[in-house]
Design a protein around this ligand. Structure first.
Ligand code: SAM
Length: 286
């Protein structure tokens, strides 16, 4: 067992800047200065952050990644139980949010020990806050799957998802992904949030048809979060509408034709009929 440090131990989840170093809070700085150990994704990157912020690592950095998170959790619990202050950072933003950390937090909490946070930057919330889209209800989708079948299945879920949809996209894939989404829902509003808090910060807002043509293929750089408007609410009477769409699609009509006919017949927005038709087609794997 390690020697106790005297005070009650604690595990602190510390948010760090997603670009602008000025966003490191005074409280985060103080925890990073005084913690017995600082767990981080990549010790080299955290060393750069420390030195840019005038903090001294003093041999306190330990690596915590997906593959060693379970094993390291045991050591973290032991340290905190022993009275140490253990901090956790990720490469940028808030640890545990699409980054390692969730398992250690659970392990420390399950051991009945104290877990606290110095909250701060997170790309998801920052992007949502400047998107101009509905922030009352939103869903975080991580990175869009790479395989086209998986992507199609994801899009099918989004066709009936009423909450604002937030996802990460790589600069290499952004134009292709926006093109695919624009082909499905040209009218849905979207905000592409790029390089927040950095020199080339940019938010491009509009409908998918417009935004998909904003960049030339391969011309986008930097870190990106996409915020997509949710689907229009499905009206009451949806089962009847769905049944009619199923009948028409089953008879071989295209999604567009079936949606046009049903929108007119039931007096519902074309976009709603189209989204339901798209979801049905996707569920059937065609
Ligand atoms: N835990 C982090 C957080 O809370 O911000 C998110 C980690 S996730 C693996 C990294 C992704 O966040 C990047 O690929 C990019 O999509 C997004 N991101 C990070 N920094 C960003 C920034 N300054 N502007 C826009 N998106 C950013």
């Amino acid at each position: 067992m390690r020697e106790r440090t005297g005070g009650p131990g604690e595990f602190v989840v510390v948010a760090t800047p997603i670009g602008n170093l000025g966003d490191l809070s005074p409280r985060a700085r103080s925890v990073l200065e005084s913690a017995n150990v600082v767990y981080c994704e990549d010790t080299r990157r955290t060393r750069v952050l420390f030195s840019a912020c005038g903090l001294s690592a003093r041999g306190r950095l330990r690596s915590l990644r997906e593959h060693n998170e379970a094993a390291e959790s045991v050591e973290v619990v032991e340290r905190v139980a022993n009275g140490e202050v253990v901090a956790l950072v990720s490469d940028a933003g808030t640890p545990g949010i699409s980054d390692p950390g969730r398992r250690v937090v659970a392990a420390v909490a399950e051991a009945g020990l104290r877990v606290t946070t110095t909250p701060g930057p997170s790309a998801v919330v920052a992007a949502l806050s400047v998107s101009g889209l509905d922030t009352d209800r939103f869903v975080m989708e991580g990175f869009v799957p790479r395989r086209s079948g998986d992507r199609r299945a994801r899009y099918a879920q989004w066709s009936l998802e009423p909450r604002t949809i937030v996802f990460y996209e790589s600069p290499q894939r952004l134009v292709a992904t926006l093109g695919e989404l624009a082909a499905l829902w040209p009218d849905r509003r979207v905000s592409v949030v790029r390089e927040l808090t950095k020199l080339h910060e940019e938010v491009v807002r509009g409908d998918l048809a417009q935004v998909a043509t904003h960049w030339a293929e391969g011309a986008v750089r930097g870190e990106i979060v996409v915020v997509l408007e949710g689907a229009a609410p499905v009206p009451t009477g949806a089962p009847v509408i769905r049944a009619e769409l199923e009948r028409r699609l089953g008879a071989g009509e295209s999604v567009r034709d079936a949606a046009n006919a049903v929108a007119e017949e039931f007096n519902v927005a074309h976009r709603v009929a189209y989204d339901v038709a798209l979801a049905i087609r996707s569920e059937r794997g065609v």
